[in-house]
Design a protein around this ligand. Structure first.
Ligand SMILES: Cc1cc2nc3c(=O)[nH]c(=O)nc-3n(C[C@H](O)[C@H](O)[C@H](O)COP(=O)(O)O)c2cc1C
Length: 381
C-alpha cells in the first residue's frame, strides 16, 4: 500500500483496504471476462499526444461550458448505484466535494441518499440519472421529484435493459446463493472491516435506496433491492418509448450508453440535448468497443449538433485531454470518485478531482495547449 496515495490507482488500493469485499468487488468489477472494462482504460494508452515546446503556457484554462453552465473542468462525477454505502451518506459527501471543485455531480436512481437529501446539503441543483422503470407511473413520480429539486440535466441510461452477469458479485455473496449464504458472507466481510462496519454499517443508516424506497420498501435491504431491480428492468424499451420521456421532461435530456454512431443519430432525432458515449464502465456487454475507441465516429455522426460526453476508463488528467482532443465535450467518471470516497470519504473525492485537474493542466501545457478550444485531433499523433 502506498504511504501517501498519489494517483487514482493508489486510491483504489486504499479503498480496497477500507471496504468490505462485497462492496469493493461490486465497484471494481465488470461483466463476463472484463475485457471491455480493461480496454476502456488500456485503449487510452494507445493514443499518443504531440509534445510541443516554447508556446507560453504560463496560464492554462481548463474551464468548460456544458448545457449553458460553466464548470471548472470538463469532468462530471457520474451516477453510481449504492455509492452511499462507501462512506456514511456517501452521495451527499461526493456532491459536496463536486460543488467545492465546481464540477457537476450526477445522482443515480439507485443511490442510498434521496435526491431531496442531497439537494438540501448543496447550494446548487445536481444532475440526476434515471433508468426506464416498468412501473411508468412511479417513474414519472421520480421525474417530478427531480424537477422539484431543481434538476436541469437528466441523464437517461439506456444500456441496461437487462442486467449482465458480473461474476465477482456472485463470488462475493452480493447477488447469488441462498439468502443465508449471502447474508452471512456479507456480515463476515463487514466484520473484517470494523471501521467501515461502525461508521457506515451502524451509524450510516438508513441503508435503503432512497429514490426507489417508496416502491421497494422503506426498510428494504440489498437483497430486496436486487429483486426489485431485476423485476423492473424493461427489456421491451425502444426509441419510441423514449419519446414519452422526451415529452415529459422539460429540462435537458442526456442519453447515456451510446456506443454506435447509428444510435447517436437516433438520439439526435429524438431531440436529446446531449449523449454519453458509454458501455456502463464495462459492466454490461463484455466485448463491446471501449468508449474511447467508439468516440470519434460518434462525434462525426453528431456533426457538432449536440455534445458527446466520454464515459469509461478515464484514470488520469491526460485521459481527459485525449478524450477532449478526440471530440468529447467533457468526460464522466464512475469508479475513480468512488475509490476516493471509499478511501478517504469527502476528502478522497476532493483529492481525486485535484489529481485529475493537476494532471490535465500539465498534459495541456506540455502539449502546448492553454484552453479547451485548443484541444483537437491535430494534437494527437
Ligand atoms: C459500482 C457502479 C455502479 C454503477 N451504477 C450506475 C447507475 O446506477 N446508473 C448508471 O447510469 N450507471 C451506473 N454505473 C456506470 C457509471 O455511471 C459509469 O458509466 C462507469 O462507471 C464509467 O466507467 P469508469 O468507472 O471506468 O469511470 C455504475 C458503475 C459502477 C462502477
Amino acid at each position: 500500500m502506498p504511504v501517501i496515495p498519489a494517483n487514482i490507482e493508489d486510491y483504489r488500493i486504499l479503498c480496497k483496504k477500507r471496504l468490505p469485499k462485497f462492496l469493493f468487488e461490486y465497484i471494481d468489477g465488470g461483466s463476463f471476462s472484463e475485457t471491455t472494462l480493461r480496454s476502456n482504460s488500456s485503449d487510452f494508452d494507445k493514443i499518443k499526444v504531440r509534445q510541443r515546446v516554447l508556446r507560453d503556457i504560463s496560464t492554462v484554462d481548463t474551464r468548460c461550458n456544458l448545457f449553458g453552465e460553466e464548470y471548472k473542468l470538463p469532468l462530471i462525477l457520474g451516477p453510481v448505484g449504492i455509492a452511499g454505502l462507501n462512506a456514511r451518506r456517501g452521495e451527499v459527501l461526493a456532491a459536496q466535494a463536486a460543488e467545492e471543485k465546481k464540477v457537476p455531480f450526477c445522482l443515480s436512481t439507485v443511490g442510498v441518499c434521496t435526491i431531496e437529501e442531497v439537494r438540501k446539503k448543496v447550494e446548487n441543483p445536481i444532475w440526476f440519472q434515471l433508468y426506464m422503470i416498468k412501473d411508468r407511473g412511479f417513474m414519472h413520480s421520480i421525474l417530478d421529484r427531480a424537477q422539484e429539486a431543481g434538476t436541469k440535466n437528466l441523464v437517461f441510461t439506456v444500456d441496461m435493459p437487462l442486467p449482465s452477469s458480473r461474476y465477482r458479485d456472485i463470488r462475493s455473496g452480493l447477488s447469488c446463493g441462498s439468502m443465508f449464504r449471502r447474508q452471512s458472507a456479507r456480515i463476515y466481510q463487514s466484520m473484517l472491516r470494523p471501521r467501515w462496519a461502525w461508521d457506515v454499517g451502524l451509524l450510516g443508516r438508513p441503508h435503503n435506496l432512497g429514490n426507489v424506497a417508496p416502491a421497494v420498501g422503506e426498510n428494504a435491504g440489498i437483497d430486496e433491492f436486487w429483486t426489485w431491480m431485476n423485476k423492473n428492468f424493461d427489456a421491451s424499451v425502444t426509441w419510441k418509448t423514449l419519446e414519452t420521456i422526451r415529452d415529459y421532461w422539460k429540462g435537458n435530456l442526456i442519453i447515456k450508453g451510446i456506443l454506435d454512431p447509428r444510435d447517436a443519430i437516433e438520439a439526435k432525432k429524438l431531440g436529446a440535448d446531449g449523449l454519453i458515449v458509454s458501455n456502463h464502465g464495462g459492466r454490461q456487454l463484455d466485448g463491446a468497443l471501449s468508449s474511447i475507441s467508439a468516440l470519434p465516429q460518434i462525434v462525426d455522426a453528431l456533426d457538432g449538433e449536440i455534445p458527446a460526453i466520454l464515459d469509461g476508463g478515464v484514470r488520469t488528467g491526460l485521459d481527459i485531454v485525449r478524450a477532449v482532443a478526440s471530440g468529447a465535450s467533457a468526460v464522466m467518471i464512475g469508479r475513480p470518485w468512488v475509490y476516493g470516497l471509499g478511501a478517504r470519504k469527502k476528502q478522497g473525492v476532493l483529492d481525486i478531482i485535484s489529481i485529475l485537474e493537476n494532471e490535465m493542466r500539465v498534459a495541456m501545457g506540455l502539449s502546448g495547449n492553454t484552453c479547451m478550444a485548443d484541444l483537437n485531433r491535430e494534437m494527437l499523433v
